[in-house]
Design a protein around this ligand. Structure first.
Ligand SMILES: [Zn+2]
Length: 158
């Protein structure tokens, strides 16, 4: 009985791939919060649609399954759901607009480097991922607080 009690109390630690995914999800949230104007609106980097940050997504420029660039903040920007889910894999126009945005924003050299990096193999250490997760949680919270304090109250909206 004693043994059982001990076992049930101990929670299984999260696996590294799960933690990496959590980091990516937080980054996808962070880039939208960072890009939001004082009313919480962000613009899709591919089609220019403007919506509240909660209705948008954090779209990877180089696809999320590429591990080296998966957690690179400069590889993720606000996109509408259509561009992120459908456009990036089906529309050359959508990809081209994102490419233009990347080059305007970071320069041609950075863009080239990012493409090269995306082909590299990356092995994250567990402490590295844990640190990154803690840092991202903190940054998301800070951005949310900042945005929250700027947002008009319900009363002001009418
Ligand atoms: Zn879009």
């Amino acid at each position: 009985m004693k043994e059982l009690k001990k076992l049930s109390k101990k929670r299984k630690p999260k696996s590294k791939p799960k933690l990496i995914d959590e980091c990516a999800t937080l980054l996808q949230k962070l880039v939208r919060l960072k890009a939001a104007d004082h009313q919480g609106f962000v613009k899709c980097v591919s089609c220019g649609a403007v919506k509240r940050w909660q209705e948008m997504q954090g779209g990877h420029y180089i696809e999320r399954r590429r591990i080296f660039t998966k957690l690179k903040e400069e590889n993720i920007h606000p996109q509408c759901a259509y561009c992120n889910i459908f456009g990036m894999s089906n529309s050359a126009h959508c990809r081209e607009n994102y490419r233009t945005y990347m080059i305007d924003m970071y320069g041609i050299d950075f863009h080239k480097e990012l493409l090269e990096d995306s082909l590299k193999v990356k092995k994250y250490g567990l402490p590295e991922v844990r640190d990154m997760l803690a840092d991202l949680k903190k940054r998301v919270k800070e951005q949310e607080d900042q945005l929250g304090s700027m947002m008009p109250t319900q009363e002001d909206e009418y």
